[in-house]
Design a protein around this ligand. Structure first.
Ligand SMILES: CNc1nc2cc3c(=O)[nH]c(N)nc3c(CCO)c2[nH]1
Ligand SMILES: [Zn+2]
Length: 372
């Protein structure tokens, strides 16, 4: 059985392309992970998600522990069998979602006690319980249990949360144990403060992980501040391990992150905005609900090979959105996920051929401002 392993194929500036081998398949990097929060990428069959080119998807400890329950998923054969996805799954550890979704929380050194946003029942998460849940789910890449401070946060608050997260990373690794073919990723915290980011990276590399995430970003700091952190933070991490930027992002965020040495990303944007009628194209965003599309016989994007662009006009997509037909969410989600995967495939090829700067210039040149 192949264990877990990252191979770098080429670099171009700080950008890298490679592959992560796992027992459930290879992940081509840079990789974009569609978000399948509650065991489904909303409005998509797993086969459709695979058809867009995704090699891996993200699941959430927080949602699945509340409903249907991690022990139940384990009894039913684990998350892959449960949701009919046999490729790799990365699960987030729950801390971020507790802080953003649950009510009535009590934080301590041990972990977080909280009430479910679904039915108000009380639950707790700790590094140990998060590792147990992710093992019960059967995820291939497990995330350390961490605290991502909400903005605005003072530097003292960011330092406190980072140091707690480093102690939780130690406990996560101890609880994860030795699981060949499964990976545990540490999560760097430290806000936008270089010294705190360096302290976090040192702590994580001293513990030793299969991969390293840059956490604590895409929480409202803005693209300039995020890129400012990435300009130095990826360099603090081992170059022979995958680097995962959590929660990112818009297409230009993704391109800028890859240019700064990021290998993996996840974001709800393509699926969530697909359901609201926002289509991402190489020339910018199309708001399909806009009346000006009502009679337009052209596809969303004449260069796109997805089912929405091959078989339907903007007029039809406009119609099914205005009529609130379920098909509208399916088609635009599929298109957006396909577009995001095309973006990643374009960058992987450009980096492999040493022409990433030209690819970036062309990417930015094509994008019209505003709605198209
Ligand atoms: C949308 N922005 C975002 N920033 C994040 C930051 C974090 C983080 O710091 N830690 C953990 N565990 N998850 C995070 C997640 C959820 C995954 O997308 C984030 N998502
Ligand atoms: Zn399309």
């Amino acid at each position: 059985m192949t264990t877990f392993g990252f191979t770098l194929h080429a670099t171009d500036g700080a950008a890298r392309t490679g592959a992560i081998a796992t027992p459930r398949g290879t992940i081509r990097t840079p990789a974009f992970m569609p978000v399948g929060t509650a065991g489904t990428v909303k409005a998509m069959l797993p086969e459709s998600v695979a058809a867009t080119g995704a090699d891996i998807l993200l699941g959430n400890t927080y949602h699945l522990m509340l409903r249907p329950g991690a022990e139940r998923v384990a009894r039913l054969g684990g998350l892959h069998a449960f949701m009919h996805w046999d490729k790799p799954i990365l699960t987030d550890s729950g801390g971020f979602q507790v802080m953003s979704l649950s009510g009535l929380r009590k934080m301590s050194e041990d972990g977080v006690a909280f009430r479910s946003h679904i039915d108000g029942s009380t639950h707790m998460l700790s590094p140990e319980r998060s590792m147990e849940i992710q093992r019960l789910l059967g995820s291939d890449i497990v995330m350390c249990f961490d605290e991502c401070p909400a903005l605005p946060a003072s530097e003292a608050e960011v330092a406190r949360a980072m140091r707690l997260s480093m102690r939780w990373a130690e406990r996560s690794k101890a609880a994860f144990g030795d699981r060949p073919g499964h990976a545990l990723f540490g999560i760097m915290q430290g806000g936008v403060t270089r010294e705190l980011r360096e302290e976090s990276a040192r702590a994580l590399t001293a513990i030793g992980f299969d991969g390293y995430a840059v956490g604590g970003l895409a929480v409202g700091e803005g693209q300039e501040a995020m890129f400012g952190v990435l300009d130095y933070a990826t360099g603090f991490l081992p170059e022979d391990r995958p680097r995962y930027l959590m929660g990112v992002g818009k297409p230009d965020d993704i391109v800028g992150a890859v240019a700064r040495g990021i290998d993996m990303m996840d974001c709800v944007l393509p699926s969530r905005s697909g359901r609201t009628g926002q289509a991402f194209t190489r020339r910018g965003v199309v708001n399909i609900k806009n009346a000006r599309h009502a009679d337009d016989p052209r596809p969303l994007d004449e260069h796109c090979s997805c089912p929405a662009c091959r078989n339907y006009s903007r007029a039809y997509l406009h119609h099914v959105f205005r009529a609130q037909e379920i098909l509208s969410s399916m088609l635009l989600t599929w298109h957006n996920l396909h577009y995001f995967q095309e973006l990643m495939a374009g960058m992987r090829a450009a980096i492999a051929e040493g022409r990433f700067a030209a690819w970036q210039a062309a990417f930015h040149a094509k994008r019209a401002e505003g709605d198209i």
